[in-house]
Design a protein around this ligand. Structure first.
Ligand SMILES: [Zn+2]
Length: 83
């Protein structure tokens, strides 16, 4: 009986984690691009210091977080629906 976790506390914990993630996505909508580690550059195969722009992030070194991309999509959908 003591090992049983009440379902309400589990739901509250999940809600807190979700809310925290949503806040994080609103405050910090970007994360470093994993391909170029935030530099926006990809080294050339040869040529020493030569580099090209990272194709994944378009050279800015930032990637929109998944949560924020979902938010933007929902926001755009909402805007289209209320035109
Ligand atoms: Zn990149």
């Amino acid at each position: 009986m003591t090992t049983l976790i009440p379902a309400s506390s589990l739901i509250l914990t999940l809600a807190a984690i979700t809310l925290g993630y949503i806040i994080a996505c609103l405050v910090w909508p970007f994360k470093n691009c994993r391909r170029c580690e935030g530099s926006g550059k990809r080294p050339a195969f040869f040529g020493g210091r030569a580099f090209r722009i990272c194709p994944r992030c378009g050279g800015n070194g930032r990637r929109l977080r998944t949560g924020r991309a979902v938010w933007n999509f929902a926001h755009r959908l909402h805007g289209d629906a209320h035109r």
